[in-house]
Design a protein around this ligand. Structure first.
Ligand code: SF4
Ligand code: SF4
Length: 223
C-alpha cells in the first residue's frame, strides 16, 4: 500500500511522503496505531498551506478507510491553536516532526525545525497515524547540523539554545519560545508583520530553488 498512498499524495500536491514505525514512541492512548504517514509540502505555513495539508490528510484517510484500516489524522499546528477540539487535545501525544524523523525524512536542526536534505527547513508537515501494515522507513537518529551554528548565531532574539537534537533526546530544549514570540511581537509593532524566519532562510541545507519551483508551479496552476 506504500506505493499507492505515496503516489496519490504526490499527485495531489505533496512534495514528500514518508512512512514511520512509531510503536515504540506513542503514548498509550494511541499505541494501537503503529504506523505514521508523514506528509510534507514545501510552502510557508499559511492558510493556503493548512488547507492543502488538510486535503492531503483527507486523501490518505479515504484510502486507509477504504481498505478497512484505523486512522487518526493529527491536526495542523494552527488548527490546534484555533480549535478546542478533542483531536486538538491529542496533539501533544504526537508532534508532526516526530513522525517525519521516524520516517527518515530528516533531523531536527538547531533551529528546532525538521531539516530535509532536499528542502532544508522549508517543509510544512501533516501526519496521519494508522494501523495499516505499511513498510516503515529508517528513522533518523541524530542531528546532521555538525559544526554549523548559523541559525544560533544570527537569531536576533537569542532564542536558540544551540543544543543538538537526537532520537534519544527528542524533547531537549532547542528554542526559548518566549524569546522568539517576543521578537515577533516587537516586529509586528514596527512593520505590522509578526514574521522573522531568519533561522529558516539562513540554513544552508536544502535547495531553496526547489521550493521556489514548487511555489511558481502552484501560481501557474492557479492562473
Ligand atoms: S524566527 Fe527569528 S527570533 Fe525566532 S528563532 Fe528564528 S531567527 Fe530566532
Ligand atoms: S543553520 Fe546550521 S545549525 Fe541551524 S539548523 Fe541549519 S544546519 Fe543546523
Amino acid at each position: 500500500m506504500n506505493d499507492a498512498l505515496e503516489k496519490a499524495l504526490l499527485d495531489a500536491g505533496a512534495d514528500i511522503v514518508g512512512f514511520a514505525g512509531v510503536e515504540d514512541i506513542l503514548k498509550p492512548e494511541i499505541a494501537h496505531l503503529t504506523r505514521a504517514v508523514s506528509i510534507g509540502v514545501c510552502r510557508n505555513l499559511n492558510e493556503g498551506t493548512v488547507r492543502l495539508l488538510a486535503e492531503l490528510k483527507k486523501r490518505a484517510v479515504r484510502m486507509l478507510k477504504k481498505e478497512g484500516y484505523k486512522y487518526l489524522s493529527i491536526p495542523a499546528d494552527s488548527d490546534r491553536i484555533k480549535h478546542n477540539t478533542f483531536i486538538a487535545k491529542l496533539y501533544p501525544l504526537f508532534p508532526h516532526k516526530m513522525a517525519a524523523t521516524s520516517a527518515g525524512l530528516g533531523w531536527i536542526g538547531r533551529n528546532g525545525l525538521l531539516i530535509n536534505p532536499d528542502y532544508g527547513p522549508r517543509l510544512s508537515l501533516a501526519t496521519v497515524l494508522t494501523d495499516a501494515p505499511l513498510k516503515a522507513g529508517r528513522p533518523v537518529r541524530k542531528s546532521m547540523c555538525g559544526n554549523c551554528r548559523l541559525c544560533v548565531e544570527h537569531c536576533p532574539s537569542n532564542a536558540l539554545t544551540g543544543r543538538e537534537w537526537s532520537r534519544e533526546k527528542p524533547y531537549i530544549e532547542l528554542i526559548r519560545l518566549q524569546c522568539c514570540k517576543d521578537h515577533k511581537k516587537e516586529r509586528r509593532s514596527v512593520n505590522g508583520k509578526p514574521n522573522c524566519g531568519l533561522c529558516i532562510t539562513i540554513c544552508p541545507h536544502g535547495r531553496k530553488d526547489k521550493c521556489k519551483d514548487q511555489n511558481s508551479k502552484l501560481r501557474n496552476e492557479k492562473n
